[in-house]
Design a protein around this ligand. Structure first.
Ligand code: FEO
Length: 400
């Protein structure tokens, strides 16, 4: 017994690692863990596509060794230099001494800037091909999807696209193929990955999808660097990506807030009541009970983002400041919004939220709602009518 490779086509094996227990991936909550996928192509020139995070090198080598002697690897292709895929590369080069290591033009620079390697990395231009003897690889530069170095590799004869982070998700599982996993889990985790990693690059995703169509690349399998491999009904995941990249807002509102003495919480619930009464799908997410990355997953297809904070020492509550900073970087589009919160004596937080939402291009459609200390029935009714008003504006915009 030991770690085994998984055959995914005539020439290709999955030889990655499963990280069952990781729960925080650079600030993104990974409640299901993740995988670091690497692929071994048994061509005349035996080739490894990507590696794994450094602590998992033994697992990668064991899986490779279940098929061949790892020293038989001639080429290594690095599609993406982020360290969850390149961390094992330096010691692997040292141990296995492959003939050549390839990366994109930017990848060559990034790998050297990370690892200061003792070997030359061969840079590959967009559209170039590499012969493996009996098989061919074709390279697609996907700069800024999601790093400057990112590229995808297409195995021509088997119609496999090694898509690095694209079409991936953080999901540790014993199943290697997406069609073996429940679709609701796949869609939720793929959406979470998109919302937290790829969202700011949505215009580039749309161009990539066009380019794949133009190139008429016949793709039979999509092999990402995280999560399961897509081998059936690829149009499903391509359509999810198209929808997320278009950022078309649904009739859905996310109310995200934090609270100190439950007054802002009462306001959030009353706002939600008003939205629900108008038939809008609502998520109420208190920070400290919901991770920022889960909030962004819900924001992905929402039409309205309603943010609340108490005022703490003339400022935003820290978790709300964290969320707003994180959300700004992810550049959500086509949203309307509102700000609310309870305060004791100064009450700056609500204005700060409004200012930050506007700076993100979120259109504020109602006056910011500020309530002193604890809301009474009249104040809560005002929250309800405000929620209903936001719902009506969302529906009007959707009809246009
Ligand atoms: Fe999975 Fe951008 O690294």
């Amino acid at each position: 017994m030991g770690f085994k490779a998984v055959k995914i086509s005539e020439y290709v094996y999955w030889v990655g690692a499963i990280d069952w227990t990781i729960r925080d991936f650079h600030g993104y909550s990974t409640e299901w863990g993740t995988t670091y996928n690497a692929y071994l192509i048994l061509a005349d020139k035996i080739t490894l596509i990507d590696t794994v995070k450094a602590p998992f090198k033994h697992e990668l080598l064991a899986r490779i060794a279940s098929v061949i002697d790892p020293k038989q690897i001639s080429y290594v292709v690095s599609n993406h230099s982020e360290m969850d895929h390149s961390g094992a590369l330096p010691s692997l080069i040292q141990d296995l001494k492959p003939e050549k290591v390839f990366a994109s033009v930017m990848g060559e620079k990034a790998l050297q800037e990370h690892f200061h390697l003792p070997v030359e990395i061969v840079p590959l231009n967009d559209g170039s091909e590499l012969s493996l003897g009996n098989l061919r690889l074709k390279f697609l530069e996907t700069r800024m999807l999601h790093w400057p170095d990112s590229m995808m590799t297409y195995l021509v004869e088997e119609k496999l696209l090694f898509s690095q982070d694209g079409f991936g998700m953080h999901l540790a599982s014993g199943e290697r193929f997406a069609d073996e996993i429940e679709e609701t889990i796949l869609k939720q985790q793929a959406a979470k990955y998109y919302a937290n990693i790829l969202l700011p690059y949505s215009p580039l995703i749309l161009k990539l999808l066009e380019r794949v169509a133009e190139l008429a690349l016949k793709i039979e399998k999509i092999c990402p660097d995280h999560g399961p491999i897509w081998r059936q009904d690829l149009n499903k995941v391509l359509k999810w990506y198209e929808d997320w990249a278009n950022q078309s807002p649904k009739l859905k509102a996310v109310i995200v807030y934090d609270t100190m003495w439950q007054s802002t919480d009462l306001m959030a619930r009353a706002l939600a009541d008003g939205l629900c009464a108008e038939g809008i799908e609502v998520r109420v997410m208190r920070l400290r009970a919901n991770d920022r990355s889960d909030v962004m997953t819900e924001v992905l297809d929402a039409g309205a983002v309603i943010v609340g904070s108490p005022t703490l020492n003339n400022n935003l509550f820290p978790t709300v400041a964290d969320l707003l900073t994180y959300m700004k970087g992810l550049k959500p589009k086509n949203k309307i919004g509102a700000a609310f919160g309870s305060y004791g004596w100064s009450g700056e937080a609500v204005g700060m939220i409004a200012e930050r939402l506007r700076a993100m291009g979120i259109e504020l459609v109602v006056e910011p709602l500020k309530i002193k200390y604890v809301p009474d029935n009249e104040s809560l009714n005002k929250c309800r009518t405000t929620g209903a008003r936001i719902a009506q504006i969302l529906k009007q915009k959707k009809e246009k």
